[in-house]
Design a protein around this ligand. Structure first.
Ligand SMILES: [Mg+2]
Ligand SMILES: [Zn+2]
Length: 216
């Protein structure tokens, strides 16, 4: 297998001191050795879209990150279903209505479909952190709902996010957690170590899909 084109910039399967219970060779260091996931769960902000104003209030402010639509098309063509899991606490704070967010998600899914991709479902937590719900990441209810939607087991899937807490959520749900650099800033050394132990770190969703399916 040829080395991953991104091998200087991304890694997968960090040090074995991260005993996070996943099977497989913890010494693997190249992302072209990603497991063959049957489904991929994605965070929204920072993975699919940018949010230059800090929050997306309208569809006009929803800006797909470079390569995302192409990456989603590739996953669909490869027969790998995708669902989105996102915390949208601004609903719970009363800054935007759930209907407004659902409309943005409908247009997001339509745009993905127009480009040959498919999002099977969007599972959002509308609550504020202080509500103590079970669907706000790193709690796992949204993951349970997404897996039910896809008809897959947690061990069949992985989650791709842009915050260390996304990895905690993935692991709590029983799946591997990968991080992209296209969203929030985080300490890259820290996420390789406990308590995070991310399975991998890549530039963006397009790079993740390259690592999963091979460069196109
Ligand atoms: Mg995010
Ligand atoms: Zn919630």
């Amino acid at each position: 297998m040829p080395p991953c084109a991104h091998s200087q910039r991304c890694w997968a399967r960090p040090a074995s001191k991260c005993d996070n219970g996943f099977e497989g060779d913890s010494t693997l260091s190249r992302p072209d050795t990603l497991p063959g996931f049957r489904g991929v769960l994605l965070d929204r902000d920072g993975v699919l879209n940018d949010k230059p104003k800090g929050f997306v209030y309208t569809w006009e402010e929803f800006l797909f990150l470079p390569g995302v639509l192409e990456a989603l098309r590739r996953l669909h063509e490869a027969g790998i279903p995708v669902a989105v899991i996102t915390n949208q606490s601004f609903i719970g704070r009363g800054w935007i209505s759930r209907d407004e967010v659902e409309l943005i998600h409908q247009k997001m899914c339509d745009a993905v479909a127009e480009h040959g991709g498919r999002i099977e479902g969007v599972f959002l937590c509308p609550h504020a952190p202080e509500d103590g719900c079970r669907c706000r990441k790193p709690a796992i209810l949204s993951f349970v709902r997404a897996l039910t939607c896809l008809g897959l087991e947690a061990s069949d899937c992985c989650y791709v996010g842009d915050r260390p807490t996304d990895v905690l959520a993935a692991h709590a749900a029983g799946m591997e957690g990968y991080l992209v650099r296209s969203g929030a800033a985080f300490d890259e050394a820290a996420v390789r170590n406990p308590p995070y132990c991310a399975e991998g770190l890549v530039g963006d969703l397009a790079e993740f899909v390259d690592c999963l399916l091979g460069a196109e």
